[in-house]
Design a protein around this ligand. Structure first.
Ligand code: ATP
Length: 243
């Protein structure tokens, strides 16, 4: 664990500013943020400064974002901690791009792949290093659209809305949500691809291919060494508004 983990900081906030997209460049839009070199700080206009745990300017690549802000959480996962990565921002701000919400297998080795495919790759690499443990991994993927909870790994249910229940032992549960067991990174990333292909997409003034829902991709990792067993989850969400 890093020193910051020792201090028990449970939530870190990263700001990522995407580059202008061609439509914005054509319309003559300009960036309004100034980045302070060497500091996780931005200045809006000329005087309002905001400081975060991490700041990524428009030149930051997916790998840098992952290595700096997400990778440390994965070390914790294998030590028994839950981890959540939440992408939050207005439509068109880059949540889907950053998280890998449009991933297809054609992008497997592309440097533009986002956080979720990178997390999957790392989890399986770490699993393979731990020959003394037994692992069981499963994955679920849902979207919340117009107050309905839809199972993205079971499109044959014809987008039937699922209900939420509170279980006294296991906490919040989505009844009937597919929790698919997976044995390889290839299988898990395949689940991401299937879910991405059936997400609800529409267009907004800010984004021609806007995901019109909140989406939650959950990886559950069960680790056993001898009689010791631990179950850990890693949630990766993207949401235009806080739920
Ligand atoms: N870091 C980046 N580098 C290059 N292009 C980016 C970056 N971030 C986002 N984009 C582009 O900006 C556009 C909008 O991004 P994206 O669809 O990820 O936004 P979003 O926040 O998920 O929007 P919505 O909430 O409407 O789904 C896309 O064309 C995407 O490819």
């Amino acid at each position: 664990m890093t020193n910051e983990d020792d201090k028990g900081i449970p939530v870190r906030v990263a700001l990522r500013s995407r580059p202008l997209v061609p439509k914005e460049i054509n319309e003559g839009c300009q960036g309004c943020l100034t980045f302070v070199p060497g500091e996780p700080q931005v200045i809006v206009g000329t005087e309002k400064a905001f400081t975060y745990d991490y700041v990524f300017d428009p030149t930051a690549e997916q790998e840098e974002v992952f290595n700096t802000s997400v990778s440390p959480l994965l070390c914790g996962l294998f030590k028994g901690y839950h981890a959540t990565v939440l992408a939050y921002g207005q439509t068109g701000s880059g949540k889907t791009f950053s998280m890998g919400g449009t991933y297809t297998s054609a992008q497997e080795t592309d440097p533009v792949v986002g956080v979720i495919p990178r997390v999957i790759k790392r989890i399986f690499e770490e699993r393979d290093k731990r020959a003394d443990c037994e692992f069981s991994l499963s994955v679920s993927y849902l979207e919340i659209y117009n107050e309905d909870i839809l199972d993205l790994l079971c499109p044959s249910k014809d987008k039937l809305s699922l209900s939420i229940r509170e279980d006294p032992k296991e906490g919040i549960k989505i009844v009937g949500l597919t929790d698919r067991k997976v044995f390889s990174a290839h299988e898990m990333v395949g689940c991401l691809e299937i879910g991405n292909s059936v997400r609800t997409v529409g267009s907004t003034a800010m984004n021609a291919a806007s995901s019109r829902s909140h989406a939650i991709f959950t990886i559950t990792l069960e680790q056993r060494r001898g009689k010791d067993k631990s179950v850990r989850c890693c949630f990766l969400k993207q949401t235009p508004r806080l739920i």
